[in-house]
Design a protein around this ligand. Structure first.
Ligand code: 2P0
Length: 322
């Protein structure tokens, strides 16, 4: 049985940064994200008794090495749970613009969890899909749901999963300022590990994020956009601050990242409702009012180029296509 599932990417407003269990991918702190409709992954899986090895094709190119290994983490868990021993054929299409330099592990691992479990005949609940996606990539646990989503850190493998917070079906959008598509020199996996182990700022990150998350959920409930935005910027800046204290220190910022953040501040002082965030790379994302997004996009594009500023609306959760 071949199953195809679509998952959208998500961007964290309260960041996930650091694991307390590397194998189970249990995070140090809970996080909260927004699922977006512009970027997504469609993944098909079938278990095939004629195959002697797992095969993974990404945008029609067969993958080997670490890329295949990450997929096999999910396949092995599904084989364990279903009792199927056959190898699998996995075909993924990433609908992320090639120049984007945006991480696809959130949508990729969530789509894989959905397709592999369905192809094996497992009828997993959303909660268990989120737990399974988490084992591939932490952020993927959140892509199971649409809108605002919280990944609750939980106490163990069973209760560390995402929960929906709000469908975000109100005046919200996100702009992506694409600055660089180069492979990052410190992967997020390595970056968070180094930060947890060596940065003296890390304990303050964990402690203060708990309060940020409570305030963020309140602000979402009240549809208080500006408080959501302020907390978003605060979380991103604090996360990136921890990397500067690591040994060896590192940063994902590039000169243009600072230019972009400053431009967002300027546009805000001119009356736009816009707030930046950044992940494990130099690109800057801008949380904005959808009603102001086109005009903001024009301002940002006049500095960074039209092809470098993309707009997204709110995305839905995991969806079985066939
Ligand atoms: C996030 N990031 O909350 C944070 C903010 C990057 C910065 O989740 O090691 O690919 O596979 O669990 O989920 C990116 O890391 O890491 C990430 P793993 P993941 O979106």
């Amino acid at each position: 049985m071949k199953k195809t599932v679509r998952a959208h990417t998500n961007i964290a407003l309260i960041k996930y940064w650091g694991k307390r269990d590397e194998e189970l991918i249990l995070p140090m702190n809970s996080s909260l994200s927004l699922t977006l409709d512009a970027f997504y992954t469609d993944t098909s899986v079938r278990f095939d008794e004629t195959k002697t090895e797992d095969e993974f094709y990404l945008n029609d190119v067969q993958q080997t090495g670490s890329s295949l290994k990450k997929v096999q983490v999910i396949l092995d868990l599904v084989r364990q749970q279903s009792g199927i021993s056959h190898k699998a054929v996995v075909e993924s299409q990433n609908h992320v613009p090639t120049a984007a330099g945006l991480a696809s592990s959130a949508s990729g691992m969530a789509a894989l969890a959905g397709a592999a479990s369905a192809a094996a005949g497992l009828e997993l609940s959303r909660k268990d899909l989120s737990r399974l996606a988490r084992r591939g990539s932490g952020s993927a646990s959140r892509s199971v749901y649409g809108g605002f989503v919280e990944w609750q850190k939980g106490t163990n493998d069973l209760d560390s999963h995402a929960v929906p917070v709000d469908d975000a079906d109100w005046d919200i959008g996100m702009l992506f300022i694409l600055l660089n598509k180069k492979e990052k020199s410190v992967s997020s996996r390595e970056g968070m590990k180094r930060t947890v182990e060596t940065s003296p700022f890390y304990p303050s990150w964990v402690e203060s994020t708990e309060q940020d998350l409570i305030q963020m959920k309140d602000a979402i409930q009240n549809r208080d956009f500006d408080t959501i935005g302020k907390l978003t910027e605060r979380s991103a800046l604090k996360m990136h601050a921890t990397t500067l204290g690591a040994v060896e220190p590192f940063t994902y910022w590039e000169p243009d990242s600072l230019v972009a953040m400053e431009l967002v501040r300027t546009l805000r002082s001119e009356g736009f409702h816009c707030y930046f965030t950044m992940d494990a790379g130099p690109n800057v994302k801008v949380l904005c009012r959808m009603s102001e997004a086109k005009e903001l996009q024009r301002h940002l594009a006049s500095r960074f180029g039209e092809d470098h500023v993309l707009l997204s609306g709110i995305g839905e959760g995991l969806k079985e296509l066939s």
